[in-house]
Design a protein around this ligand. Structure first.
Ligand code: 5GP
Ligand code: MN
Length: 329
């Protein structure tokens, strides 16, 4: 922790009266838990805090305290702007267009591009919610029971219940602390990682029938038609990527999710030693070593061919450098 930076942030937060916290599009548990958790910690001092997600609150996370107050655009007359869990400004959608730079950006992505006045970026930390679990007390704020519930959601979401290769002991200790602050571990775990709706199960079914595997890559697609057939209301993959990446025998897993605006959302997952964040960045996206994504313009078929081709070439280059033999052992 950088004490000078922490005391600057503490001073700025103490002086702010009307704070806006913005997260990224296609929001996941980490961005939602971070945004709401920080909002709860800041609200204890009678500040006005507004949370903004361009895509609104996904049904899955409406159980979180404060979820019903999330807006889809930035209100006027705020005096302090915070962006959480977003590797670049495009990730927030259009909600920040025409506004002055954010006062504080808190993130944990390897591919982070600076866009705020203060950049609080720790790429080695497993979740933005974990950064906040440590920082909130060092900024003179209190982790309430509501904040603890939200922050635990973020940590469990980005570590997929402590099973990613990035998970270190401090993440488990932080989760234990959050339980002691009043978070219901079982309930949060269940809702964040286990519970599925029948529509999600049908949507998964569509994706599972289209699995392909070749050259150490496993992939599948979810089309707009699949969404309609399964009556799935979201615009994401309903976490199907986590199921696909659990299938043994591949180094990289890729999922293509067709979007309404002629865009395809691509998700990559990889085994330890294979960095997919660089691949995602080549397609205009970003992320972490083992989990990355991008939004690419084009048809599902076209993007699929381009991405699989490039992913194959990338693995080929790794094989040539001798890494894949080690990975195959
Ligand atoms: P997912 O594939 O689950 O959407 O995301 C995996 C990781 O990649 C997350 O850390 C997420 O923030 C990042 N990511 C996903 N999509 C994009 C994107 O379009 N742009 C950037 N910069 N990062 C993304
Ligand atoms: Mn995150």
């Amino acid at each position: 922790m950088n004490h000078d930076l922490d005391s600057t942030i503490q001073r700025q937060l103490a002086a702010a009266q009307n704070i806006v916290i913005v997260g990224h599009i296609r929001p996941d548990g980490d961005v939602i838990g971070s945004m709401l958790g920080l909002a709860h910690a800041l609200r204890t001092d009678n500040r006005r805090v507004t949370c903004v997600l361009q895509d609104g609150m996904p049904e899955k996370y409406v159980f979180l305290p404060g979820a019903s107050e999330v807006l889809t655009s930035v209100p006027p007359n705020y005096d302090y702007l915070i962006v959480v869990d977003s590797s670049d400004i495009q990730r927030t959608g259009q909600v920040l267009e025409g506004l002055p730079p954010a006062n504080l950006v808190i993130d944990h992505h390897r591919t982070h591009d600076d866009f705020g006045l203060i950049e609080y970026v720790l790429p080695e930390v497993e979740a933005t919610a974990l950064i906040l679990t440590r920082s909130i007390p060092s900024w003179g704020l209190t982790i309430t029971k509501e904040a603890a519930t939200c922050l635990l959601t973020g940590i469990l979401s980005d570590t997929i219940g402590f099973r990613t290769g990035s998970t270190r002991p401090a993440a488990l200790r932080a989760a234990a602390d959050l339980m002691e602050h009043g978070a219901d571990f079982h309930d949060v775990y269940q809702r964040t990682l286990s519970d599925k709706t029948i529509a999600e199960a049908r949507y998964w079914g569509q994706g599972l029938t289209k699995i392909q595997q070749s050259d150490a890559i496993l992939w599948s697609t979810l089309s707009l038609h699949d969404r309609i057939l399964s009556r799935y209301q979201g615009n994401d993959d309903a976490d199907l990527i986590n199921l696909l990446s659990a299938i043994k025998g591949s180094l990289v897993t890729v999922l293509f999710v067709e979007q309404e605006d002629g865009i395809v959302k691509v998700s990559w997952r990889s085994v330890e030693g294979v960095d997919v964040s660089a691949l995602a960045r080549d397609f205009g996206g970003g992320g972490h070593m083992a989990a990355a994504g991008a939004e690419i313009n084009g048809s599902l078929q076209d993007i699929q061919e381009r991405v699989i081709h490039k992913t194959k070439r990338y693995l080929e280059a790794l094989r040539l450098s001798g890494l894949k033999e080690n990975l195959d052992d």
